[in-house]
Design a protein around this ligand. Structure first.
Ligand code: ZN
Length: 290
């Protein structure tokens, strides 16, 4: 790869004929398995997938589900239903291992298990990938080569900013095509007081009120940049009993904060943006390249 030393270039071109798209995704995983306290809590992922599917149906939206391999067996009926309804299914590793905890070989094996788990339910080919916790950074960029070798067409795994967990400051804010042909679609961030905030999904979308979300999204509309969003089953689970997911009390509070606001805020942003599946947006990019 010629871009192995620095971050790829931002080659975003403003195209007036391209609407402001909102790339919608759900990272389908069971976070109970990430913490000992989770074992005592009810498994609510199926009910939340069902809730998402009804919301998408009501709004006539197709989205992309990045599905963890271990969770496939537990929600296989719903995944097949989602796939049959036209939603895209992608990979999210077999067991939610972050990339910096894997070698390239280990990642390949892990991903092959993820692909097989989906294949067992007739879901193939799988062309998209999301790294757990956006753990694709400068140090783990080898993951792109593994993805390209396994036939993936895109990844949406980079948080292009400094972040307490993972992040790649200096990475372009717009989709990038790598020399292998693979696309990286970074998560959208907005600037706020010197910080870059991934506001288009998850805890940040729950945290900020609608006027702030409107302000953050304005420059995306103006520059015809896509909004790349991410949600989880727990983001909409208003009935779940509280348990210790994070050791840090503040982070644990955030995990449960304002979940009732997620779907109304998503609907609010959809008034300004055109929803699209990730793979369909890759096709749009390819057309733009000519
Ligand atoms: Zn995840």
């Amino acid at each position: 790869m010629t871009d192995s030393l620095s971050a790829p270039q931002d080659r975003h071109v403003v195209r007036e004929d391209v609407p402001p798209y909102y790339l919608l995704s759900v990272d389908l995983e069971d976070i109970r398995s990430q913490t000992p306290a989770g074992a005592a809590v009810a498994f609510r992922v199926p009910a939340m997938v069902d809730r998402f599917l009804r919301f998408f149906d009501d709004h006539k939206i197709k989205c992309t589900f990045f599905v963890e391999g271990e969770t496939v067996e537990h929600v296989s009926g719903l995944i097949r239903e989602a796939h049959a309804a036209g939603h895209e299914i992608g990979c999210h590793t077999h067991d939610h291992t972050q990339l910096d905890k894997l070698t390239p070989e280990g990642f390949r094996e892990n991903l092959e298990r993820n692909i097989e788990a989906l294949d067992r339910h007739g879901i193939e080919p799988v062309l998209g990938f999301r790294a757990p916790d956006f753990s694709l950074t400068e140090a783990t960029r080898w993951a792109w080569d593994v993805l390209a070798e396994l036939g993936f067409q895109y990844s949406s795994s980079v948080l292009p900013a400094k972040n307490p967990l993972y992040g790649w400051a200096g990475f372009p804010l717009s989709p990038v095509r790598l020399d292998s042909g693979l696309w990286e679609l970074p998560i959208s961030v907005a600037s706020l007081g010197g910080f870059k905030i991934p506001f288009a999904g998850g805890v940040y979308l729950r945290f900020f009120p609608k006027p702030a979300l409107r302000r953050f999204s304005r420059s995306f509309i103006k520059q015809h940049r896509p909004l790349v969003g991410y949600f989880h089953p727990y983001d909409i689970d208003v009935e779940e009993e509280r348990y210790r997911v994070e050791d840090n009390i503040f982070f644990n509070w955030l995990v449960f904060y304002n979940r009732a606001s997620t779907l109304p805020k998503l609907a609010f942003l959809l008034e300004k943006f055109t929803p699209i599946r990730f793979l369909d947006y890759v096709r749009v990019l390819e057309q733009m390249e000519g």
